[in-house]
Structure formats: structure tokens, C-alpha cells
Design a protein around this ligand. Structure first.
Ligand SMILES: Cc1cc2nc3c(=O)[nH]c(=O)nc-3n(C[C@H](O)[C@H](O)[C@H](O)COP(=O)(O)OP(=O)(O)OC[C@H]3O[C@@H](n4cnc5c(N)ncnc54)[C@H](O)[C@@H]3O)c2cc1C
Ligand code: FES
Length: 266
């Protein structure tokens, strides 16, 4: 579904980090944690290519949703210049959502690196609303304290929150993996859900599969169309259907959420 959505609020909330609040009753009602929207604005740089952004939060009564983004490249720097009253063209919500694993899992650990935070914030918020507050834990990581992405939004969820920074300026010195290792979780009763830069996802996925912990990863692959048409987002996954033991699937429509065990990192 393609809709023009007015910008209701647009704030800088960190070092190069922005929060967009957008009006769309349909996206607010349909969106599930882990899903994303493909965004375009009037003076998009270069070829008119949409960019994917995860849904961070929804207000179903108010008919709004939020995205959080880092203004680093041409597209996002241009985006950061838009004002309330301007509109974005949005396609979505798209992609497969995060699904919380059932019994025997008693602890759901959401692990976010940098701007991988939005889908996990949405996942945790929905889980809190579903009454699972006792079974949740969040780990967020960044280079330093000032690079943490919306830590206050995670703090508001009132669940155990672990912070990791490379330089030790907040929380544990190290990465989200350092925290995960320190948690020493019971593999049979724990599930991990992660989103962030690829090296982080590889490391978290390897740790979890190596320790028998169920783990789902949301990949941030380049997505030219976002709707399953162009094949520009393929990822390699294990498959019994082929003699060589793998196949290519589309990150946008078959993912972006995959079991860590499925993914073949080359
Ligand atoms: C499912 C998903 C969810 C995401 N959620 C978030 C989020 O919540 N917050 C966030 O900050 N980021 C998110 N991202 C990443 C975000 O889409 C990119 O970082 C962003 O589009 C890059 O924009 P830029 O202005 O930084 O870089 P640009 O300058 O626009 O692009 C950098 C380079 O990447 C290439 N490129 C980037 N995107 C595309 C594309 N779609 N098609 C073709 N080439 C492309 C460009 O040609 C250029 O060479 C998500 C990505 C995915 C796949
Ligand atoms: S982005 Fe085009 S098929 Fe996935």
C-alpha cells in the first residue's frame, strides 16, 4: 500500500539521530514489530529510489507511527531537512515480522546495535502490552554514550536494560555480545532477537547458535524495491531443497527477519 503521510513532528534526538512522527491510520493499524516502510520524498537524491526504515512505534488510537533514523548519507541528510507539514510517500508496512517464541522460552532478550534499535523497541513494547514484562530484557549498544539510539525509549519500557559502549562511557565496556555472554542465559529457556550492523549480527548469531540459544536476526540489506520484485536484496540461506545445501531468498519479502541458523554468511 502506498500512501502520502504528513510529518507531524520531526526532532533531533541524538548525535545524527532523528525521530519522525508520521500520520497514517493504515500503517499504525497494520504494522507489526520488525516490519518496515519504504520511504521517498520530493527531492530524493539521484534515481528516485526508496529507502527502508523500520517502524519504531505506533499509536493506533492517534493513527500515527514513528521511525528513527541516522542522518549519514545523501538520502537521510535530505530527509533531516523536512519539516512538520511536509509529506513523505510511504509504501508499507512490508516484510515478515518478529514473532516471539513460545514455551519453553521464559526470557526474551532484544539486542540492538545503533539504528537497529527501532524494530526491537516496537517488539518489546508490544510484548509489554501483552503482559510479558517479567520475561523481557533489552541490550542496546553503541560506540559511546552519546551514540546510543533513543535509550530513554527503552528505559520507559520498565524492563531490565543493559547498555554496552565500546569506550565504556555508559554501561558495560564492550559490545552487546559482551553483555550477552555475561548474562549466561539458560539456552533452553532463552530466545534472542537482534538487529544492527552486519558484524554484530554475525557475532550474536554465531554465539547463540553455538550455545543452542534460539535467535532471530533482522537484516539491514540494501533494498531497491522492498516489495519482492527486483531481487536486489537476496541473502543466502541453508536449504535442503538444493544439492549444494543453500538457496537465495529475498530479504525484503522473505525477511528481513530470519532464524540465525538459516543464514549463510559468506
Ligand atoms: C529492513 C530495513 C530497515 C531499516 N531500518 C532503519 C532504521 O530504522 N533507521 C535507519 O537509520 N536505517 C535503517 N535502515 C538502513 C537505511 O535504509 C539506510 O541506512 C539508508 O537508506 C541509507 O541512507 P543514507 O542517506 O544513509 O545513504 P545513501 O547516501 O542514500 O546511500 C548510501 C549508499 O547505499 C546505496 N543504497 C542505499 N539504499 C539503497 C537502495 N534502497 N537501493 C539502492 N542503493 C541503495 C546508495 O546508492 C549509496 O551508495 C534499514 C534498512 C533495512 C533494509
Ligand atoms: S528489494 Fe527488491 S526484491 Fe527485495
Amino acid at each position: 500500500m502506498q500512501v502520502d503521510v504528513p510529518i507531524l513532528a520531526h526532532q533531533q534526538v541524538g548525535d545524527e539521530i532523528y525521530r519522525l512522527t508520521l500520520e497514517s491510520r493504515s500503517v499504525a493499524h497494520l504494522a507489526l514489530p520488525g516490519q518496515f516502510v519504504q520511504v521517498l520524498y520530493h527531492d530524493t537524491y539521484g534515481p528516485a529510489m526508496r529507502r527502508p526504515f523500520s517502524i519504531h512505534d505506533v499509536d493506533t488510537e492517534g493513527g500515527t507511527f514513528q521511525i528513527i533514523y541516522a542522518a549519514r548519507g545523501n538520502f537521510t541528510k535530505g530527509l533531516s531537512g523536512l519539516r512538520p507539514g511536509d509529506s513523505l510517500s510511504v509504501v508499507g508496512p512490508l516484510g515478515q515480522s518478529f514473532k516471539l517464541l513460545d514455551h519453553p522460552v521464559r526470557l526474551h532478550v532484544a539486542v540492538a546495535g545503533g539504528v537497529g534499535a527501532p524494530p526491537l523497541h516496537f517488539l518489546l513494547k508490544r510484548a509489554v502490552q501483552a503482559g510479558l514484562v517479567q520475561n523481557l530484557s533489552a541490550v542496546i549498544g553503541a560506540r559511546s554514550a552519546r551514540h546510543l539510539v533513543v535509550p530513554d525509549d527503552f528505559a520507559k519500557l520498565a524492563i531490565p536494560l543493559h547498555i554496552a559502549t565500546d569506550d565504556g562511557s555508559a554501561g558495560t565496556r564492550g559490545t552487546v555480545l559482551t553483555v550477552l555472554q555475561q548474562m549466561d542465559a539458560d539456552p533452553a529457556a532463552t530466545a534472542v532477537y537482534a538487529c544492527g550492523p552486519e558484524p554484530m549480527l554475525k557475532a550474536v548469531g554465531a554465539y547463540c547458535t553455538g550455545h543452542g540459544i534460539a535467535c532471530r536476526l533482522s537484516l539491514e540489506t540494501v533494498m531497491p524495491c522492498g516489495t519482492g520484485v527486483c531481487m536486489g536484496c537476496v541473502v543466502k540461506v541453508r536449504s535442503n531443497a538444493y544439492a549444494d545445501g543453500f538457496e537465495y531468498v529475498r530479504a525484503c519479502s522473505d525477511g528481513p527477519v530470519f532464524d540465525a541458523e538459516e543464514i549463510v554468511w559468506d
